[in-house]
Design a protein around this ligand. Structure first.
Ligand SMILES: NC(=O)c1ccc[n+]([C@@H]2O[C@H](COP(=O)([O-])OP(=O)(O)OC[C@H]3O[C@@H](n4cnc5c(N)ncnc54)[C@H](OP(=O)(O)O)[C@@H]3O)[C@@H](O)[C@H]2O)c1
Length: 428
């Protein structure tokens, strides 16, 4: 039987789990793929670190970059992380030296995916990155293979388990953002520095990769990004009263011949499918022709789910055939203009914490009418003790730029007590 020699570089949460999985499942993988995977080498930063896996002396590479030069390495699995530094050096060198690459590194692919795929195609090797988007949810292979027949018009969903855990726990356990974040760190759902999860950057990297696969385009930076760090318990409770849930969603969509990419907290109907996805789960919804709507849901992160995606990529290489990393040849990928969301219409939830005095409400509603944004619903919750009032307004569809203008204008008013909120509503 054919053999494929693998080097795993990076033996942290994911690398050690994959190492163990490949050792324990050699036979079944060989039977399924008609080619035997051999973990020939491994490397990480610190040779002396205690690890839960048993590494043979002959497997350890003192210099991780040696994997890119050794003749008896066919495939390098990069599990270091980060868009630059060691991971970048490893993957560029590996592809230049005609080694197949499998990576879980969304930051690297979102930044250098176009350059890397050109090198892979030129050198006729595979570059696979299923594990970089939504952990165990096999969305990339689905887009490249299972859904190949389709012209995709929209992809959206929950792409970040940490944010989803925080939002759904605030809702279900009646806790504040800070309380839930602390618990998420304790359970290992949030990193000690969770900023990329909370400010939307993690979803943005994943969405860039997905939309280029959906629209056969190069990776594109024109993407509106807003995270969940300003969402508080009051917004969650208000949403509930209005019949909505708040979710951090990513969207890439074709609308009236324009393509938009956007990441932001979104109010969605309580009884919608996406509203039912709680905790660390991810869900991806694809709309295309001829398939209609297709949904995949599952664990978005963690060693087990990520290993599942990595093994799918490794198996694809074991089975042979060189595939285009982004599904279509780099020569045929397009430079598409992604529109800013300024002119895209949204219905929205706006919240103003104000000093409770006569004239404030009419001042606010005048600014809405001046900007020709019509109000669908208005709720006022006065707090007599604090002499303040919370004003919640749900608008009809209006261009995003006018909604933002209203927020800017009202923020400057002396009666405003804290930063006003704007959360877009989507009818999914
Ligand atoms: N954790 C998840 O749930 C998850 C899910 C999907 C994708 N991913 C992606 O998977 C990748 C790995 O994540 P992880 O959670 O396993 O990270 P991790 O636990 O921090 O592990 C990183 C590994 O890289 C090694 N490393 C760091 N700098 C290095 C260098 N200069 N040269 C060689 N090795 C170096 C470290 O070595 P030492 O062990 O010696 O320090 C460690 O073994 C990242 O791209 C991440 O985004 C992770």
């Amino acid at each position: 039987m054919k053999r494929l020699n693998i080097a795993i570089i990076g033996l942290g949460n994911i690398g050690s789990h994959l190492f163990k999985y490949l050792n324990d499942n050699k036979k079944i993988l060989a039977d399924k793929n008609n080619c035997q995977p051999i973990v020939k080498y491994v490397s990480a930063k610190n040779k002396n670190r205690k690890r839960k896996i048993k590494i043979k002396k002959s497997q350890w590479l003192n210099n991780y970059l040696d994997a890119t030069k050794l003749k008896d390495v066919d495939l390098i699995v990069e599990l270091i992380g980060g868009s630059d530094g060691a991971a970048k050096k490893l993957v560029f060198n590996a592809l230049k030296n005609k080694k197949h690459v499998v990576t879980a590194n969304k930051a690297l692919i979102a930044k250098y995916g176009d350059q890397l795929s050109r090198i892979a195609e030129k050198n006729k090797v595979n570059l696979e990155f299923e594990a970089s988007v939504c952990g165990g949810v096999p969305i990339i292979r689905s887009l490249k293979e299972g859904l190949i027949a389709n012209k995709i018009s929209k992809i959206y969903g929950i792409f970040n388990g940490t944010s989803n855990y925080i939002l759904s726990s605030m809702d279900n356990e009646n806790k504040s953002f800070q309380e839930v974040l602390t618990k998420a760190k304790m359970l290992g759902y949030a990193e000690s520095n969770p900023s990329a999860d909370l400010n939307g950057d993690d979803v943005s990297s994943k969405l860039k990769i997905l939309s280029s696969l959906c629209f056969n385009s190069f990776l594109n930076k024109d993407i509106y990004v807003e995270g969940i760090k300003d969402i508080d318990k009051t917004d969650i409770d208000n949403a509930n009263k209005l019949g909505y849930k708040i979710k951090l969603l990513g969207f890439a969509e074709l609308l009236n011949n324009k393509i938009y990419q956007r990441v932001h907290p979104t109010l969605i109907k309580k009884n919608s499918y996406v509203a039912s996805i709680d905790g660390v789960l991810n869900a991806v919804i694809v709309e295309g022709k001829p398939v209609g709507q297709s949904i995949i849901q599952g664990e978005g992160a963690g060693p087990a789910a990520t290993t599942s995606a990595l093994v799918s990529d490794i198996s694809s290489i074991l089975r042979g055939n060189i595939k285009f990393p982004f599904s279509i040849s780099s020569k045929k990928r397009k430079k598409i203009r992604f529109e800013k969301i300024d002119n895209r219409p949204f219905s929205a939830y706006l919240r103003f914490e104000v000093i409770d005095k006569p004239g404030v409400l009419s001042n606010i509603t005048n600014i809405f009418s001046k900007n020709r944004v019509s109000i669908k619903r208005l709720v006022q919750n006065p707090d007599k003790n604090k002499k303040s009032s919370s004003i919640i307004i749900v608008t009809h569809n209006s261009k995003d730029k006018y909604l933002k203008k209203i927020i800017r204008e009202i923020s400057r008013k002396g009666f405003i007590k804290s930063k006003p909120k704007l959360i877009r509503i989507d009818n999914i």
